[in-house]
Design a protein around this ligand. Structure first.
Ligand code: ZN
Length: 404
């Protein structure tokens, strides 16, 4: 008897990535580890990055993503200055990431990030100096220059620029207002939102508002906004994000790893928000596990099965992510933009997937079952091996050695 044919699915969109966090995988659990001890370790690795090292590391990370079934990535990028806080002469770190994406064949939306403060009412720490511009106007000017540089250099179907606000911790209300008034509405805009209860407490103490209410007050809620995590929300927050038709980028494996909590994904979708998925810190790079963790989180917090259907999980992973990275296109259409026709073929004859029916395979398969990855009509990955770069594990091994 012949083997059952693979299940064809749209390729996954990774709507939230910090490529360099891949260095931390399997290294942050000593002595148990907290969110804040994880952040200390992450800062140390950020300090060591140079454009050359970052291109090498990100090439490996993006190769891993491609072979796992992702055809596009939104890179939430804040390591944009030198360690002492001075700018590079020619967007060197951003070109490093763009070249890495071109090496790996993944579509990149580089979400250049505004990061101005060390916390609410706090100055930047020494490690944070390289994440920061002088003020919102300075960041907006650098973003314009970056867009022009990328438009001159890369095919826009593969490399484009978007924007991000690190969080309400790192950007003050006045600067949020400047960004709302001056940022090109065509650009996608991402923000980390209410990942930890500590952020909500600090925001409420300083401004008497939740982070979502603060974004609303400053005019930032819209279809082009993507709220990343959205874990600890009030009913009012859910209504505001839903009414705005915002995108919500859930990162379920990261949120589990960092003990963030489980966000109200189904309530947000019911209120009108659009769910997307991201692998964030890359403790796991596997779109199938991300889809499953979204649904499993829902089941665990509600005590009910079937919160999202398999089709809805596939949509979160593909069209939801595409809308999140599209910005103004989503804003004008008010709906999902036409996604790229990138595809993955998932084996239905492996020990994990044999017997699974159609799209239900997403609740059984892992990235190990991704047989073929097609981006822009070309096969880029096959059975875990990148067509031009080879085994991503070897690339990662080389890159990690240089970062020791
Ligand atoms: Zn993040």
């Amino acid at each position: 008897m012949s083997a059952p044919p693979p299940v064809m699915l749209p390729a996954a969109v990774n709507a939230h990535s910090h490529a360099f966090h891949r260095v931390l995988r399997g290294r942050t659990h000593t002595g148990r580890g907290s969110f804040w001890s994880w952040r200390e370790q992450m800062y140390r690795h950020a300090a060591a990055l140079t454009p050359e090292l970052y291109e090498k590391l990100a090439t490996a990370v993006y190769a891993e993503m491609v072979t796992a079934g992702f055809s596009a990535v939104g890179e939430f990028h804040y390591v944009h200055h030198r360690p002492d806080g001075t700018p590079y002469p020619d967007h060197d770190m951003e070109h490093a990431l763009a070249r890495a994406a071109r090496n790996a064949g993944i579509r990149l939306t580089l979400l250049d990030t505004c990061y101005l403060k060390g916390g609410i009412g706090q100055l930047l720490s020494e490690e944070q100096a390289r994440f920061a511009d002088d003020d919102a106007a300075d960041w907006l000017a650098r973003l314009d220059s970056l867009r022009a540089a990328f438009e001159r250099t890369y095919d826009p179907a593969y490399v484009s620029v978007g924007a991000a606000i690190h969080s309400v911790r790192a950007v003050d209300p006045e600067s949020l207002g400047t960004i709302a008034g001056q940022l090109d509405p065509q650009l996608p805009l991402h923000v980390h939102l209410s990942e930890q209860p500590g952020e909500n407490r600090a925001c409420s103490e300083a401004y008497g508002l939740t982070p979502t209410e603060l974004l609303a007050e400053q005019g930032l809620l819209s279809h082009r906004l993507s709220a990343v995590h959205a874990t600890h929300l009030t009913q009012r927050d859910i209504e505001l994000l839903g009414a705005a038709g915002a995108n919500i980028v859930m990162c379920p494996t990261t949120e589990a790893d960092l003990a963030d909590g489980i966000g109200p994904a189904l309530e947000l979708a019911g209120a009108g928000a659009v769910i997307a998925l991201g692998t964030d810190q890359h403790a796991v790079v596997d779109p199938l596990l991300e889809m499953r963790a979204l649904e499993h989180g829902e089941r665990l917090r509600s005590g009910a099965r079937g919160r999202f259907t398999p089709s809805e999980l596939v949509a979160a992973s593909s069209t939801g992510g595409a809308r999140s990275l599209a910005g103004g296109a989503g804003l004008i259409a008010g709906d999902a933009p036409q996604p790229h026709e990138d595809q993955i073929h998932v084996r239905s004859d492996s020990v994990r997937t044999i017997g699974a029916e159609g799209e239900q395979v997403v609740l059984a398969a892992t990235a190990s079952d991704v047989e073929t990855v097609v981006i822009g009509g070309e096969v880029v990955g096959r059975n875990g091996i990148h067509e031009s770069l080879g085994d991503p594990a070897a690339l990662l091994s080389d890159a990690l050695k240089e970062l020791e």
